[in-house]
Design a protein around this ligand. Structure first.
Ligand code: ATP
Length: 358
């Protein structure tokens, strides 16, 4: 039925897409399939090519090579306004002299679409702002203005919604709240969302699938938990949270586990987590997986132990405390410990061992 939000989005496919600017390759042979109705995040540091990818999909840039398909249709040569795509930017640029309702209905009216007002009300109800339809943008909070921008972008039910750091201008608390709201809205409208951000927590909170970009290429793509638990590269491990990285040589390669020599200590790595089974390897261990011990823990087949080392810094961060431990021959080890009791359990300068389960 016209005006309802029950139509689902279209899938997006990028096939060998490359974008070269004079003297600089921003995107190199990008292959990507985003299923219809999914919430997909492109995550990466500044300059990795996220915005360029969105601009290529929107038709604001022309690819040097490759094809872009929306809903199975090649749009590589389709003009931006003829693509079934809308974009929400960080600067939402509402018209200040128009009401909220007029802002949302503007595009529909200009295209002569019937029932523009009704559709605009419906979009405003979806972002829970219909009660502010008569206000002007200057009378809105940042979060409300951002929701109006979202209503304006979904009112004509594009098959694909592109979001370019849309929450970047909001303060942290509001941003966290809007992340959940956006995710709910996406599942309600069923459109395909392609969201660009450099904030790993934002990408992991909202998206079904995250693609981590680095220097114009995708390093890894998968569900948030998969990327966090099984990062394939040190870049991905460090971009999605913190990771302790230890480098050493594989000394034995057994059926279930490898043993890697780290500063003279044999560290066990489950075989299914190892991408290489011989030679020099890098082991990543999340700080929250580590436990501190004031005395040397008894050797266990199911645990690795490093130490002794010295606590060189203790930082209270609220829910957890961060300990930095210097162990001879190793880079400084970061440990996050949940704060169960008041005050740090281990003092700066203390001798400690660090362990983790295999
Ligand atoms: P940010 O998070 O800072 O917006 P991004 O990942 O979105 O970064 P892009 O804006 O896609 O990065 O830019 C990717 C690279 O391409 C950057 O190194 C940028 O300098 C370069 N670039 C972008 N547009 C042009 C252009 N018109 N001419 C030349 N180089 C460009």
């Amino acid at each position: 039925m016209a005006g309802s939000f029950d139509e689902s989005g279209a899938d997006l496919e990028l096939v060998g897409v490359t974008k070269r600017f004079p003297g600089f390759t921003a995107i190199e042979n990008l292959n990507l399939t985003i299923p219809a109705g999914s919430f997909f995040a492109l995550l990466g540091p500044s300059g990795c090519g996220k915005t360029t990818t969105l601009r290529l999909v929107a038709g604001l840039e022309e690819a040097t090579a490759g094809r872009i398909l929306i809903g199975g249709k090649d749009v590589s040569n389709t003009k931006p306004h003829q693509r079934p795509v809308n974009t929400v930017f960080q600067s939402y640029a509402l018209f200040p002299h128009m009401t909220v309702l007029a802002n949302v209905a503007f595009g529909l009216k200009r295209r002569g679409i019937a029932h523009a007002q009704e559709l605009a009300h419906e979009a405003l109800r979806l972002v829970e702002l219909d009660h502010l339809a008569a206000r002007r943008p200057t009378q809105l909070s940042g979060g409300q203005a951002q929701r109006v921008a979202l209503a304006r972008a979904i009112v004509n039910r594009p098959a694909l919604l592109l979001l370019d750091e849309p929450l970047g201008a909001l303060d942290l608390k509001l941003r966290r709240q809007m992340q959940l709201e956006l995710k709910n809205i996406q599942s309600e409208v069923g459109l395909t969302f392609l969201h660009v951000t450099h904030d790993q927590e934002e990408a992991m909170t909202m998206a079904d699938t995250v693609a981590v970009m680095n220097k114009g290429r995708i390093e890894q793509m998968g569900a948030p938990e998969e990327l966090y638990e099984l990062p394939r590269t040190a870049f991905v491990a460090n971009f999605l949270g913190q990771s302790n990285l230890f480098t050493g040589d594989v000394v034995t390669s057994g059926k279930d586990a490898l043993t890697v020599d780290i500063a003279g200590i044999g560290i066990k790595v489950p075989r299914e987590r190892a991408q290489r089974h011989a030679g020099e390897v890098t082991i990543g261990v999340r700080p929250e997986k580590l436990t501190l011990h004031p005395t040397k823990p008894a050797a266990q087949a199911s645990a690795n132990v490093l130490g002794p080392g010295t606590v060189i810094d203790v930082s209270f961060t609220g829910v957890s405390t961060q300990y930095l431990v210097q162990i001879p021959g190793l880079p400084v080890v970061t440990v996050f410990a949940q704060n169960m009791v008041f005050g740090p359990v281990v003092e700066r300068g203390a001798e400690v061992w660090v362990s983790w389960s295999v």
